[in-house]
Design a protein around this ligand. Structure first.
Ligand SMILES: [Ca+2]
Ligand SMILES: [Ca+2]
Ligand SMILES: [Ca+2]
Ligand SMILES: [Ca+2]
Ligand SMILES: [Zn+2]
Length: 467
């Protein structure tokens, strides 16, 4: 039996106080007084390697407290998980094991991290920037003590950031060894080693400042543990929930093209620009003026008919519109309440207030030929499983559609043109105007709402012809 949920980012909401989460690319984006406006928070590339410290206890024990995965094997696996991100050739990231976790409060160095008080004191030392603890909750007692669901495989949490420089400065990881204890009787779930390691590698993506991505979302409905390999290849490791067989077991690299692109965008090394081009644009409401924040934009490679693989499912890269803009701009009308918690005049500190970015997206893609499409973020992706700046996500104000050269609010959703990208290209203005029976962004707006769309006239004409 395998659970679906990775409740990965939930503690970020606690530790990065007054900071909501951005995702669909970066996890935290700078605002006017927070880091650098419209720039994702990352670890300082000038201060690599990122030093982590490891729990000296076992990775997994069974209910009779017998060790199932010892510390040495756990250390090896953790190093391999960090190496997945470190080995992205177009990114500058490195990690080093600085040794065992240092003492903090109830926790004494050398001991197995196994209790909530120890965990809480280590969170404190992470928040103060002393260390980045990587902890094995060998029997799941810390997870359950924190009140987390038995379906949480592990989580990463940011603990500290430098709001002047825009850098992440502290993070931690906790892994639930109960998924590796050899017992598979609900509510004690079990994963294969590859599935477990991929879930924790996802958490390391958050540790590095990555949010969630949505591609091949139809796999959510299939609920299969043996997914179509083309779709699995394009499914981001940073998808909000863990689905399908382990990527490794399907012969796939642990990172999808979307993961590799985003980590390289956040931590580019000099080879990034010669291996990628960018596609950018703005998503508009049917009025073609107002920008739409919070819809998912996907660039898909055009299938190569000479190969048996479906490249359109495999090579796909995404961004959420308005991902650099705040999800909560605040407002001054009803915000100044007597209750301090109700005062939301200025909104969240994170995310830009540049109005040009409300509906803006940008994706970095390997050289090739692509279509661009827009869709809603899956409605159940909220909170710690959120994708993009809005939680809950909005329904798409229109229908899902492809970009075509003559974008309008009245084009056919499946009409599409292709875009060919060479290394270093920066293709801009790939804008999509959503289609909607009501041509303005708000049904209560007056201008234009009385005019039917050409499509409606056409349908009316067809209906008359058939009558
Ligand atoms: Ca432990
Ligand atoms: Ca188990
Ligand atoms: Ca093909
Ligand atoms: Ca359109
Ligand atoms: Zn996650």
């Amino acid at each position: 039996m395998r659970p679906v949920l990775i409740a990965s980012c939930l503690l970020l909401c606690i530790f990065f106080t007054a900071t909501s989460l951005q995702a669909g690319g970066p996890l935290v984006v700078g605002g006017p007084k927070f880091g650098t406006d419209a720039q994702p928070f990352t670890w300082d590339p000038g201060k690599m390697p990122i030093q982590y410290r490891l729990d000296p206890g076992p990775m997994a024990v069974n209910p009779s407290n017998a060790t199932v995965i010892d510390n040495a094997a756990g250390l090896q696996r953790v190093q391999n998980m960090f190496a997945v991100w470190q080995s992205v050739p177009t990114a500058t990231i490195s990690f080093s094991n600085a040794g065992p976790i240092l003492s903090a409060g109830a926790y004494v160095t050398g001991a197995d991290v196994a209790t909530v008080p120890q965990f809480n004191d280590l969170v404190g030392s992470c928040k103060s920037g002393t260390q980045n603890p990587v902890m094995f909750d060998a029997n799941g007692q810390i997870m359950s003590g924190l009140g987390l669901s038995a379906s949480v495989i592990g989580f990463a949490s940011g603990c500290a950031l430098d709001s002047a420089s825009g850098h992440l400065t502290g993070a931690l990881i906790l892994m639930n060894g109960k998924f590796q204890d050899g017992i598979n009787t609900s509510p004690n779930f079990e994963l294969t080693a590859n599935e477990f390691d991929e879930a924790i590698t996802h958490e390391i993506g958050h540790f590095l400042g990555l949010g969630h991505s949505q591609i091949n979302v139809d796999l959510v409905q299939s609920q299969s543990s043996s997914c179509d390999v083309d779709k699995l290849a394009g499914l981001p490791l940073m998808f909000p929930v863990e689905l399908c067989q382990a990527r490794k077991d399907a012969g796939l690299p642990v990172l999808s093209p979307d993961d590799v692109s985003w980590i390289s965008s956040l931590y580019p090394n000099p080879t990034f620009v010669s291996n990628y081009g960018t596609i950018s644009g703005t998503i508009y409401f049917p009025d073609a003026v107002s920008q739409v924040q919070g819809v998912n934009v996907i660039a898909r490679a055009v299938d190569d008919p000479r190969t048996p693989q479906d490249e359109s499912r495999r090579i796909a890269l995404s961004a959420v519109s308005g991902y650099l803009f705040t999800g909560n701009p605040g407002q001054s009308i009803t915000a100044s309440m007597p209750e301090p918690n109700e005062n939301n005049t200025n909104g969240d500190p994170d995310g830009s207030r540049n109005p040009k970015l409300i509906g803006y997206y940008q994706v970095a893609v390997p050289p090739g030929t692509y279509t661009i499409e827009v869709e809603a973020v899956f409605p159940l992706f909220v909170g710690g499983s959120g994708v993009g700046p809005l939680s809950p996500p909005i329904a798409i104000p229109g229908s899902p559609e492809f970009w075509n050269k003559d974008e309008s609010a009245f084009d056919f959703p499946l009409a599409r043109d292709t875009i060919t990208v060479s290394p270093g290209d920066k293709l801009t203005g790939i804008d999509i105007i959503l289609n909607n029976p009501t041509p303005t962004f708000d049904q209560f707006e007056d201008s234009g709402a009385l005019f039917g769309s050409p499509l409606n006239f056409m349908l009316a004409a067809v209906a008359e012809a058939c009558a």
